[in-house]
Each structure stands twice: as C-alpha cells, then as structure tokens.
Design a protein. Structure first.
Length: 140
C-alpha cells in the first residue's frame, strides 16, 4: 500500500479499488481522511496509509437542491435534492461524503448519529471513470 503517494491522487486510487484509506501520523497516531502528507497537529512528516473499517456515524448533514453541474447532470435539482454529510468514522476521523439511502426531500427524517457504512459509487465510463465516496445507513 505504501507505493501510492499520500495525497488526493493516492486517495482516489484507493477509492477506485473499493478501499477507504486515510493517513496515520507516526508521531501522534492521528488518522486523517482524506489523507494529509504532513500532520497538522504535531507537524510530523512521517505518515502511512491506513485502511478504515468504513463505518461511522452521521455527525452533520445538509440537503442540497441547487447542486454542482456534475450533480445536475446526475438528475439532482430543486425537486430531487441530494444529501451531503460529515461522517465520524469509528476510528475518530471525520470525512465529508454523499449520504445515500436517506430521504433528502424530507431532511427532518435524517438522524444525526445514525450508523453508516461506506459505499463506493462508480461513475463514468472508460477514461472518464471514477469513484465517488458515499455512505448509506446500516439497517439495525
């Protein structure tokens, strides 16, 4: 795993492989998702890739009805909003991602604290292929 650079490009490569990775600081043992090549806490520069469990809880969210051109192209608009949220992973790191499987039209039904599991959304074709990080509720 160490062969990938600890940066956004390496993070994206792991997403394409179906892995949610972060960088762990060898100095203070803090995990960052997405990764950072330098620890902002202790300024240590020795970081290593760490795979997360891919589970966490919803810490905050918003329902978006006026999206980016890419989201509009996917069919999201004022009548079909999407949800974006901050997920606190079981390892403690927080990551912003799309929240799938919730009712974005009725955001009052989305619960902060709900358990979530990572979901990799494959988009595009051939040379334009990529993976979007998302989470969906864990059925309890």
């Amino acid at each position: 795993m160490a062969e990938k650079p600890i940066n956004d490009y390496g993070f994206e490569q792991f997403l394409n492989e179906g892995k949610l990775m972060g960088s762990m600081c060898n100095g203070c043992e803090t995990l960052y998702v997405p990764p950072r090549s330098l620890c902002p806490g202790c300024r240590h520069s020795e970081m290593e890739w760490t795979e997360t469990a891919g589970e966490g809880r919803l810490a905050a969210f918003t329902s978006i009805s006026i999206g980016t051109p890419a989201m509009i192209k996917e069919g999201y608009d004022r009548n079909n909003p999407y949800c974006s949220g901050v997920v606190e992973l079981v390892e403690g790191a927080r990551v912003v991602a799309r929240i799938e499987g919730v009712d974005s039209i009725h955001p009052e039904t989305v619960e902060v604290g709900m358990r979530l599991r990572v979901k990799f959304l494959n988009q595009g074709t051939d040379d334009d292929r990529g993976t979007v990080l998302a989470f969906s509720p864990i059925e309890e």
